[in-house]
Ligand binder design. Structure first.
Ligand code: TXA
Ligand code: MG
Length: 342
């Protein structure tokens, strides 16, 4: 199959919508990461997503809608919290888990009684969904296990020849996947941190349980207790080692160990500390949005086959840094050292 590269012109969006309608696969831009979209109500189309990504069948997909008003079409119950969240954060980087209606196929939900729904903040993709007349099921448009894609070129790198088309909507603004909140339990539960920080959710909802899967915060001990390949995700071929601690301590730690096949992934403020080591900055520590936006592109750039080990600096604090830290820790398989202890 030849993968068509489409623009966001009205004509190309019609082409993309027609491909979705007839059961094909289209790479779609969103404000978080690129999605690998298919008609979310067509099990045969959805199966192709799993095949193209090499994704395990038991991992459910998010249903993308073009307007919050479509929520009742696919969800059986909508608690007050869902309406509040939609009103405040949609279109935007938030996915809600809600009880699913029968018309959504089991292939999309992986057999669950719930569905993740999101209204993305991208005009082109919302227009494709509207023109197609069906919700679009879409995981991140990367090969399973690899960093998500934040440009059309990344999508082609992983998916060329495996999908019908990709719509080039430019680089993704947020750069990490949506925040996921499960609204099917007694209290809202954060399943995945993303562009919307936990503080903003808690402020609106009053209460928010943070799922254990979120907090790479458990990782300090988990490094020892559960160093598992099972956690590895968003991973380049090279081993990633997160070096925590002050700028000076981290630079001393890394410089003492740096050798052939190593690379440094740091904040732009730190570039001078590694000037002779060909460092890569993924953003500025002073600008958390730049870190989330740049992380996956930087991991992909360092995934060149020659680099064997990446020393990475990771942001602290709340907001979108919670998501950046979560993704970086997963890409490192929770392999973390504190330079102050060494
Ligand atoms: O920003 C995003 O959310 C991107 C863009 C394309 O919208 N999509 C994305 O999809 O990140 P994916 O498939 O890579 O990640 C979706 C996550 C998976 O971890 C999946 O297990 C979880 O959402 N998920 C989906 N439906 C769920 C459900 N009903 N209950 C619990 N988790 C669910
Ligand atoms: Mg993904």
């Amino acid at each position: 199959m030849t993968t068509q590269l489409l623009t966001t012109s009205e004509n190309d969006l019609k082409t993309a919508a027609a491909i979705i309608k007839r059961g094909g696969l289209v790479g779609i831009p969103t404000e978080t990461v690129y999605g690998l979209g298919a008609n979310g109500l067509d099990p045969e189309a959805v199966k192709k997503i799993f095949a193209a990504k090499g994704r395990p069948q038991d991992n459910p997909l998010i249903l993308h809608i073009h307007d919050a008003g479509q929520l009742p079409d696919f969800c059986r119950e909508m608690p007050e919290s869902a309406l509040l969240l939609a009103e405040r954060f949609w279109p935007g980087p938030l996915t809600m888990i809600l009880p699913v209606k029968e018309l959504v196929p089991k292939t999309t939900t992986a057999g669950l009684d719930t569905v993740g729904v999101r209204c993305p903040d991208n005009d082109a993709t919302r227009e494709i969904i509207r023109l197609a007349g069906v919700p679009i099921a879409a995981p991140s448009a990367n090969t399973s296990g690899k960093p998500s894609t934040t440009t059309a070129a990344h999508v082609l790198h992983d998916m060329d020849g495996k999908i019908d088309a990709v719509v080039d909507g430019g680089p993704c603004r947020v750069g990490v996947e949506s925040t996921i909140v499960d609204l099917t339990g007694p209290a809202p539960r954060l399943l995945r941190p993303g562009g919307i920080g936990p503080e903003a959710l808690r402020e609106l909802l009053g209460v928010l349980i943070i799922d254990r899967a979120v907090t790479g915060e458990i990782a300090a001990d988990a490094v020892v207790r559960a160093p598992g390949m099972k956690y590895k995700h968003y991973a380049p071929a090279a081993e990633v080692l997160i070096v925590e601690g002050s700028r000076q301590a981290a630079a001393a730690y890394i410089r003492a160990r740096f050798g052939a096949g190593d690379a440094v992934l740091c904040f732009s403020e730190e570039l001078p500390l590694y000037a002779d080591l060909n460092p890569t900055a993924y953003g500025a520590e002073a600008d958390p949005a730049s870190l989330s936006a740049g992380l996956f592109a930087a991991l992909r750039k360092l995934d060149d086959g020659k680099i064997k080990r990446i020393f990475a600096r990771c942001p602290t604090g709340g907001g979108v840094n919670v998501a950046t830290r979560n993704r970086l820790r997963k890409s490192a398989g929770f392999h973390i050292v504190n330079a102050e202890d060494n």
